[in-house]
Structure formats: structure tokens, C-alpha cells
Design a protein around this ligand. Structure first.
Ligand code: AGP
Length: 372
């Protein structure tokens, strides 16, 4: 009913605006602005976490994208090797697991059969399994050794939005906690980041306050048949997520590439008028990565692409090459996905609405996929 949707036409629209709250609730009691982390509830002791020699993240769809982002953060903060794999591939390739392996299973529903079967397989191989789930008491956390729940509240729309942002928050919490209990290589950075993580709900709010131009843009692109997405570093999984959202909701051909791969093939796809969405890493310290992506934007634009650039506010280097510039708040590079994903969600949702699609119940999809 309209009341359930909080006055919105679709649950998805409501769930997008609930994101500051969802992230805040997921951080609540677990992180404080003075840099302390409280994660005893995970049921994995600091002793257990100190024995971990390898981390393997398994998940599907959007949850897999959260895992890809977690890898950048965990390897950088904790210096523990971390692999990420789609759950449906995992147990069929004889993966190397033992008691020193921490498997992190990310699943909003806690019921995805592919992820559940991967969890069972990992436990048979004696790995420790930690679940990140949104649905209390669902199967995956019940079968795992430990769990960190996201507190996004119920998500009705088939497309994951607020649960994705809270999965990211949970992954960051776990990464920072692991770094803390294992002895810090980047002690100061970790403590500062914990404080910055606690301020993310405000940043999310800020993006939502400024995202309106994305709606107009989406409506103007409703007749396109293809949209490409480019990103680097943590912006690459964000690009993958943007493309997945567009496929699910707008039934459009959408593909994401690591921007550095463009020259290895995909640049041949660029033609006059093709919309290309680019997620730009923070220009913080004028990073090499930032310079490289600015070149990538120039390259696709020179070949006729219409560039839609998501960049940090104040990043003047990208402005001359952006047909549309979407500004997001400046946040630490590794945390940027929490803010850069939001314009992608709004873009896909509005484009789908412009095409007359039901964004809560896209064709052929189910909220939780309980078959393998
Ligand atoms: C996301 O928008 C999709 N509906 C889908 O990819 C989803 O993330 C995937 O099926 C995994 O679901 P889970 O997180 O409940 O395991």
C-alpha cells in the first residue's frame, strides 16, 4: 500500500532515501567517533582472528560487489591476502581452504542457495565462516561460525540499495577490526578512518540532497540502448554495481570496465553519443590513479562518448571533459563507494521509471534466489 511505501510510489525510492539511517544503524554501538570498535557480537575471538592467514569472500550479485570493495580495504589495512569469488563458482573448482582461512559470506537475505552451498563447502573444509547478513536468523548466519548483521531494515525492492551500503559499512568495520586486533601497519590511518567511518551517514545524506540532476539526466537517456561504466580501484566495483542496477531495472545493455582495461579492447565500442559513466577516485594528493582516469575520460570523449562523470566536489581537473558532472563529497578513497554508489542507484531507478518499468519487481527476478 501507499502507506507502506512511506508516500513514495515505489519501495525502491523509499529505500534509497533510507540509506543514511540504514548506515547509521549498522554503525551504531559498533563504532564511535573517538575511534573505538565494538564487535564482540561477531562470535569470532581476537585470538581466532589473529590466526587467519587468508580471507576468501563469497557472495552473489550486488553482495559480490561489496566483497570486491572489501578486498581493497582489507588487503590495504590488514595485509592479509584476500580473494573474492562469486559463490556459484566457488565449490566447483577445488578451492584451497584450511583452518587458517576466514571465509566471509555476504548475503542480504541469508538465503541465496549459491552462497549457502559455498558456506557449507567451506565449513566442510574446516575454514572459519563469518556471515554478513541483513535478515536475522536466516539460514546462512545460522550455519556460519560468526555473523555481523547489517541493520538496514527490511528491503522490499528486488534491487539491493540500502542493504548494499550497509554491507559496505559492515565490511569496513570488519577490515578495521581485523587491522586493530592483528597489530597495525597503518595505526594512525586506522584510527582516523574509524572516526571518518562514523561520519558516513552525514555524507550519504549530503549526496541524497544533491542528487536531483541525476533524475533529469536519466530521463534524457531513456532511449539509449547501451551505457558503459568505468572505474578504477574501488571505483571499479562501483561501476560494476552501476551496470548491474541498470540491467536489472532498466533492462538495458550495461557493461562496466576497469578503466585501465579500455585500451585492451573495450575502447573499440566507443561511438558518437554513447553514454559513459565514469567513477573518479579522489584527487587526494593528486594521485597517479586520478591522473590516469582523467586521461581515460579524455580518450573516450575524443571518440565521441558522452561523459557522465562522478567526481569529488572541487575536483576541477575533470570538469573540462565532463558532459555531465555529478559531484560527491570528499571522503577517504577507500570509503568513497558509500557515496559514489548513490548516483548510480538513482540513475538506474529513474531510467527504469522513465521506461515505465516496475522498479520493485523487475521482470524475471526474485528478491532472494533459493535455487542453485
Ligand atoms: C541486487 O540488486 C540483486 N537483486 C542480486 O544481485 C542480489 O544482490 C543477489 O541475488 C544476492 O542476494 P543476497 O545478498 O540476498 O545473497
Amino acid at each position: 500500500s501507499a502507506a507502506e511505501k512511506g508516500g513514495y510510489d515505489y519501495f525502491m525510492l523509499k529505500e534509497i532515501v533510507e540509506q543514511p539511517r540504514a548506515v547509521a544503524d549498522t554503525l551504531l554501538g559498533r563504532v564511535t567517533t573517538d575511534g573505538a570498535l565494538h564487535l564482540d557480537e561477531m562470535r569470532l575471538t581476537p585470538e581466532q582472528l589473529r590466526t587467519v592467514e587468508k580471507i576468501v569472500i563469497i557472495a552473489c550479485g550486488t553482495s559480490y560487489h561489496a566483497g570486491l570493495i572489501a578486498k581493497y580495504a582489507i588487503e590495504h589495512w590488514c595485509r592479509v591476502p584476500c580473494e573474492v569469488e562469486v559463490a556459484s563458482e566457488f565449490r566447483y573448482r577445488d578451492p584451497i581452504l584450511d583452518q587458517q582461512t576466514l571465509v566471509i559470506a555476504i548475503s542480504q537475505s541469508g538465503e541465496s542457495m549459491d552462497t549457502l552451498m559455498a558456506v557449507r563447502y567451506a565449513r566442510e573444509q574446516r575454514a572459519q565462516v563469518l556471515a554478513i547478513c541483513n535478515v536475522n536468523g536466516s539460514t546462512i548466519p545460522r550455519e556460519a561460525d560468526g555473523v555481523l548483521y547489517t541493520h538496514a531494515g527490511p528491503e522490499v525492492g528486488v534491487a539491493a540499495t540500502k542493504t548494499f551500503l550497509t554491507q559496505l559499512a559492515a565490511c569496513y568495520l570488519i577490515g578495521l577490526y581485523l587491522a586493530q586486533v592483528r597489530g597495525l601497519k597503518y595505526g594512525d590511518e586506522i584510527n582516523t578512518l574509524i572516526g571518518q567511518l562514523a561520519t558516513m551517514p552525514e555524507q550519504v545524506e549530503q549526496v541524497l540532497d544533491t542528487v536531483d540532476p541525476v533524475r533529469k539526466l536519466a530521463h534524457s537517456l531513456a532511449d539509449q540502448s547501451t551505457v558503459l561504466f568505468l572505474g578504477r580501484h574501488v571505483g571499479y566495483p562501483v561501476a560494476l554495481e552501476g551496470a548491474l542496477k541498470l540491467k536489472e531495472l532498466a533492462y538495458m545493455h550495461a557493461e562496466a570496465f576497469a578503466a585501465g582495461e579500455l585500451k585492451h579492447g573495450p575502447i573499440a565500442l566507443i561511438e558518437e553519443g554513447l553514454p559513459v559513466v565514469v567513477v573518479v577516485p579522489s584527487p587526494e594528493g593528486r594521485s597517479v590513479l586520478h591522473d590516469k582516469i582523467v586521461s581515460n575520460i579524455q580518450e573516450v570523449r575524443a571518440r565521441g562518448a558522452r561523459t557522465i562523470v562522478i567526481a569529488e566536489k572541487g575536483d576541477e581537473a575533470v570538469r573540462p571533459y565532463s558532459d555531465v558532472l555529478i559531484e560527491i563529497p570528499a571522503v577517504p578513497t577507500l570509503l568513497q563507494p558509500i557515496v559514489s554508489t548513490i548516483p548510480m542507484q538513482v540513475f538506474a531507478c529513474e531510467l527504469a521509471l522513465a521506461k515505465g518499468n516496475d522498479v520493485d519487481q523487475p521482470r524475471n527476478l526474485a528478491k532472494s534466489v533459493t535455487v542453485e
